[in-house]
Ligand binder design. Structure first.
Ligand SMILES: [Zn+2]
Length: 100
């Protein structure tokens, strides 16, 4: 990986917005790992037709505890963004938001 602001996926390379613009050194390997998980979740959501191409993970103690994607279409809920869904999932600790 040459550019700290890029995350490679199975379909090629896509740009991921950095949380620290102008400070690519702040984006570390662990961030790449978790961002990659979020991107994979976004792909899964699109493949399922659940909503827009967005994924989010909640990380605790260096581990992904929840991985969710946009559920706006499936739930007909305009608030079901990936990050909102992930927060709800953490709170409920249920797996009903995941598609397999
Ligand atoms: Zn959002």
């Amino acid at each position: 990986m040459e550019d700290a602001n890029l995350v490679e996926t199975k379909d090629g390379t896509i740009v991921v917005a950095s949380a620290f613009p102008g400070h690519p050194e702040a984006l570390q390997d662990r961030d790449h790992k978790f961002l990659t998980r979020a991107v994979e979740e976004a792909y899964k959501g699109v493949e399922c037709g659940d909503g827009g191409p967005f994924g989010a993970v909640v990380v605790y103690n260096e581990e992904v505890v929840v991985s969710c994607h946009n559920m706006v279409l499936k739930n007909t809920d305009p608030t079901a963004h990936a990050e909102v869904t992930a927060i709800r999932e953490v709170r409920l600790k249920k797996s009903s938001y995941f598609c397999v």
